[in-house]
Design a protein around this ligand. Structure first.
Ligand code: NDP
Length: 235
């Protein structure tokens, strides 16, 4: 039987790239989006893959979909990738900008992982990969909300790694720098950031997927509680 991996936010961008790469490596990928977009349906058709739809910020919705689906059919891996930005300088930030980003990016850690982990714990095997950001490590102008959410994920992942290590489940954090996707097209300070990157360019989706592929593999069995950057030397 193929190892099943759920990749949240795989309807486009980094998540889509990860799903394509993992499928090439022989995993059974389970795609996910917030809604049933044409793009999600197209990728699912191309990869002949199952796709799930739920809002990662909605605890009840996640419990309802994920508990039922994975109770008796444990995942090998989860890539907690879905996320949003809602940038503005802090003084101009509204309560909804703050809470929306924290809810989608950070509360999803509980919402998605809590319902799927017990079956993995029983099987004593697996991989959890959490998508943070360079912004959660070094901060970024216009992203107090996003940085807080991504830094929070690092703390949560490290604690979970300690709890799950004896069950042979590794928990690692991938922290990309500036990667070419729809998310970064509208970035407030794009030019400024590229100047700060030692590699003098943004990264691409495949460069993130390559790391996820390794962390997902059997070969990465003694790597846990780590935060690994894919950032062209930015931090
Ligand atoms: P995109 O905006 O291209 O894609 C975001 C994905 O997340 C989509 O699949 C979207 O689904 C899904 N999503 C967003 N909100 C929700 C929600 N509430 N519930 C369910 N799914 C949701 O983003 P990227 O591919 O650029 O980013 C992927 C991850 O990588 C994010 O966590 C981001 O913070 C992180 N990251 C990105 C960087 C970059 O430079 N691009 C740098 C560092 C980190 P749908 O299509 O249905 O809306």
């Amino acid at each position: 039987m193929l190892k099943k991996v759920l990749i949240t936010g795989s309807s486009r961008g980094i998540g889509e790239g990860i799903a394509r790469s993992l499928q090439e490596c022989g995993y059974e990928v389970i795609l996910h989006g917030k809604s049933v977009s044409e793009r999600l349906k197209q990728i699912a058709k191309e990869l002949n893959a199952e796709h799930l739809v739920f809002d990662v910020g909605n605890t009840q919705e996640c419990q309802a979909v994920l508990k039922q689906r994975f109770q008796e059919d444990a995942l090998w891996g989860v890539v907690l990738n879905a996320g949003i930005t809602d940038d503005n300088t802090f003084v101009a930030l509204l309560e909804e900008n703050w809470k929306g980003v924290i809810n989608t990016n950070l509360n999803s850690f509980y919402n998605v992982l809590n319902p799927v982990l017990m079956p993995m714990v029983r099987k004593k095997q697996g991989r959890v990969i959490v998508m943070s950001s360079v912004s959660g490590i070094m901060g970024n102008r216009g992203q107090t909300n996003y940085s807080a959410s991504k830094a929070g994920l690092i703390g949560a992942a490290k604690s979970l790694a300690i709890e799950l290590a004896s069950r042979n489940i590794t928990v690692n954090v991938v922290a990309p720098g500036l990667i070419d996707t729809e998310m970064t097209q509208e970035h407030l300070f794009l030019e400024e950031i590229i100047k700060m990157i030692p590699a003098k360019r943004s990264g691409n989706v495949q460069e993130v997927a390559n790391l996820v592929k390794f962390l997902m593999s059997e070969e990465a069995s003694y790597i846990t509680k780590q935060v690994i950057g894919v950032n062209g030397g930015l931090c």
